[in-house]
Ligand binder design. Structure first.
Ligand code: SF4
Ligand code: SF4
Length: 436
């Protein structure tokens, strides 16, 4: 009986570990459905990007209010979770506040700091719920957020609020119990949870012990459940923003990646020396499905926070076109998840008769893109939706010859006249003669 709680805790920990491991394996194999791409250059610059953008949240601060609120939640997540370490040791060892006797007065300082962060997280979560549901910030109202994405955003904020209340209630009952039983290690006064003490003061000791234990279990099961939940949610960005910023493109934003096989053909046609590798089997031009994109494109889709900063800056979207770069990233993730689920059940996977282009994203959407890179600049985690859009457009143009008619005549002019307009290259400087 004495070890019952520890055994229960071990079971809960093992169940959470099992589900997290299963999801991590699935997400990894979904990402590896993408094409191989070796990225091992400029490690220093990549590390700098990761530290500044993912860890330091540099790009978030272009919009100060949401950035500050987000920072509180982020800091709370990183720092309050240090307390979870104590929960886990206590749970496994059957101890109570195991660190308190060892670090003395510092324990009180740390607990007060954690409580301050808990209040900041509470405030930020309420503010975000208001922005999403009452003041209705336009970029959080787009149609692609209808259904699960909107519920996901609201759920996660509500769960965080409940978890923060649990920890404050646990601390308040613990403080009262410290005055009634030697079993409860002295923590010193905890500022924010002390406000709850008058509400609990008159409760009997056994009931208070039950409340303290219930909140302890609620908090730790909540955190473990949350860890499983985020692997199904946009909140996966908490972890994947780090590798995503590390592997993000370092080239200037306007630089479009050429296809070596095509570059070689064009150079040979023009009689220029070619350094590109000889054309083997070219494979598919552009991207029809997720396996035509690189693994970094697929990882980016899992890193997307669905914040909509890209869509709110997209000129095509602003002028009422169907394109939303956020939706493109959500489409890639939805397709990956559908293929992954099918593979898990031993189904057809990528050969299910569907594809990213056509069943998830339409030609109307990708054709609306002006290639302006505003979405790439806006993204706080360095995602490049344009790269995916361009690959799909390549597929439509080169594999299906399905580009709009006006584009085809432009392509032809570029091929024959080296300019989008239909006049001879030798006439290109005629305007300068007229100017004399
Ligand atoms: S590059 Fe395309 S998707 Fe991105 S902001 Fe510009 S128009 Fe929109
Ligand atoms: S691509 Fe970037 S900017 Fe766009 S919704 Fe995702 S995280 Fe936000």
């Amino acid at each position: 009986m004495a070890y019952l709680q520890q055994v229960l805790f071990l079971i809960v920990l093992a169940i959470a570990g099992y589900f997290i491991r299963k999801r991590v394996i699935r997400i990894k194999s979904n990402i590896l459905l993408g094409k191989a791409s070796v990225i091992n250059d400029h490690k220093g610059d990549r590390l700098k990007n990761m530290m500044l953008v993912a860890f330091g949240q540099k790009k978030m601060f272009k919009r100060v209010v949401p950035a500050t609120l987000h920072f509180f939640i982020y800091a709370g997540f990183l720092i309050i979770n240090l307390e979870v370490l104590e929960f886990i040791i206590d749970g496994l060892a059957g101890t109570h506040r195991i660190f308190a006797p060892y670090i003395g007065g510092l324990y009180n300082v740390l607990m007060n700091f954690f409580e301050f962060l808990a209040i900041a997280v509470l405030f930020s979560c309420f503010a975000f719920l208001i922005r999403r549901n009452i003041t209705k910030v336009p970029r959080l109202q787009s149609p692609e957020l209808n259904g699960w994405p909107r519920l996901d955003g609201n759920l996660i904020l509500s769960i965080e609020i409940i978890l923060m209340f649990a920890i404050l209630t646990m601390n308040a009952s613990d403080q009262i119990l410290q005055t009634r039983s030697e079993h409860y290690t002295a923590t010193g006064s905890l500022f924010f949870s002390s406000f709850l003490i008058p509400l609990l003061q008159n409760i009997s000791t056994p009931s208070l012990e039950f409340i303290e234990r219930f909140m302890w279990w609620f908090h730790i099961i909540g955190i473990l459940g949350f860890s499983v939940y985020i692997t199904y949610s946009k909140h996966l960005h908490i972890f994947l923003a780090f590798p995503n910023t590390f592997y993000a493109r370092l080239e200037p934003k306007g630089q479009i990646v050429n296809m070596p096989v095509v570059t070689r053909e064009v150079k040979s046609m023009l009689g220029l020396p070619t350094t590109e590798v000889p054309a083997g089997e070219p494979g598919r031009f552009g991207a029809k499905d997720i396996n035509d994109l690189t693994w970094t494109n697929l990882m980016a889709a899992y890193s997307c926070t669905e914040c909509g900063r890209c869509t709110s800056e997209c000129p095509a979207n602003i002028t009422g076109k169907k394109l939303s770069p956020r939706k493109i990233m959500m489409d890639v993730r939805d397709r990956m998840e559908d293929v992954g689920k099918s593979l898990e059940k031993g189904g057809a996977g990528l050969n299910d008769g569907k594809s990213l282009l056509g069943d998830y994203t339409t030609k109307e959407e990708i054709n609306a893109c002006t290639s302006c890179n505003a979405c790439v600049e806006a993204c706080p985690v360095m995602i490049n939706p344009l790269e995916i859009i361009l690959e799909m457009r390549r597929y439509v143009s080169m594999e299906e010859s399905g580009a709009p008619a006006q584009w085809n005549s432009m392509f032809q002019n570029i091929e024959t006249s080296f300019a989008p307009w239909k006049f001879s290259p030798s006439d290109r400087f005629n305007w300068s003669k007229e100017d004399k």
